[in-house]
Design a protein around this ligand. Structure first.
Ligand SMILES: [Zn+2]
Length: 262
């Protein structure tokens, strides 16, 4: 079950503009669009490992990660193996994107990097889609970008070598987190990539020895981003390019050109 920690809104409604603009989808909402969901929005603090929804369960709400918060969409098999199919940060939303909240979730959404998010009641979001052409159009285009990420992950997981996938994943995580350091353990990285920890440790050691990444106390830093991009499979650029084309006003920022609003 979700273990969401509600964050007390001590500053009252004045906090909402901060949270709306901490998420790049919500930041495109006009004042009138914001009014459609504001009453049904709650600021929450997500902890690492929180399950926002699980496969087969109804999606309770849509979560809009604030800057720095990252959520993974995972698919689990009957034998217990798990692999990540999408990484979502401040450029996106989790849950209720296309289903309208009427269908059970197909996959599991787990908080990867802890932080704040805005939780919006599904019915309010659906009402906003029905009443606002901008909100409807935005979520249609976001669904397209999200589907592209999932489709690319199918090809990536099937055909690409672990080292290239690892570089792709680290670049994506750094973009989504909007920070230089990625606070993740190698155990978690192994789970995201669907491999044994010893396997991912060997790859991480090679990348570390070659000066691409630094690893210390549960934090990974990309030291040579250009080299990491060259070593990553084509999937990183393919997903980023498609996102920029369909959602130019929301495009995920690379850490190098990120001027965050948080
Ligand atoms: Zn790939």
């Amino acid at each position: 079950m979700p273990t969401i920690v509600e964050e007390a809104d001590s500053a009252g409604s004045s906090r909402f503009p901060l949270h709306f603009c901490s998420n790049r989808l919500l930041c495109t909402f006009s004042p009138a669009d914001r009014q459609l969901v504001e009453a049904a929005a709650t600021a929450v603090q997500l902890q690492r490992g929180d399950v926002l929804f699980d496969a087969g369960r109804d999606v309770p709400a849509t979560f809009f990660p604030a800057a720095g918060t990252v959520v993974a969409i995972l698919v689990s098999l009957l034998d217990g193996r798990t692999v990540e199919v999408a990484t979502i940060g401040k450029e996106g939303a989790v849950g209720g994107i296309v289903s309208g909240g009427k269908a059970p979730a197909f996959a599991r959404a787990v908080v990867q990097i802890p932080g704040a998010a805005l939780k919006v009641d599904l019915k309010a979001l659906e009402d906003a889609k029905a009443r606002s052409p901008h909100v409807r159009d935005l979520f249609c285009r976001y669904a397209d970008a999200l589907l592209a990420q999932v489709m690319q992950s199918v090809a990536c997981n099937a055909f690409h070598a672990l080292e290239a996938r690892c570089c792709r994943w680290l670049l994506t995580a750094q973009d989504r987190a909007g920070a230089e350091d990625i606070p993740l353990t190698q155990e978690y990285l192994a789970e995201m990539l669907g491999v044994q920890r010893t396997t991912v440790s060997a790859v991480a050691r090679t990348l570390q020895e070659q000066g691409l990444i630094g690893y210390r106390r549960g934090t990974i830093r990309i030291l040579d981003r250009q080299a990491a991009e060259a070593r990553a499979c084509e999937c990183y650029q393919a997903v980023e390019r498609h996102f920029r084309e369909v959602l130019p006003e929301v495009k995920p920022q690379k850490i190098a050109d990120s001027g965050d609003v948080r």
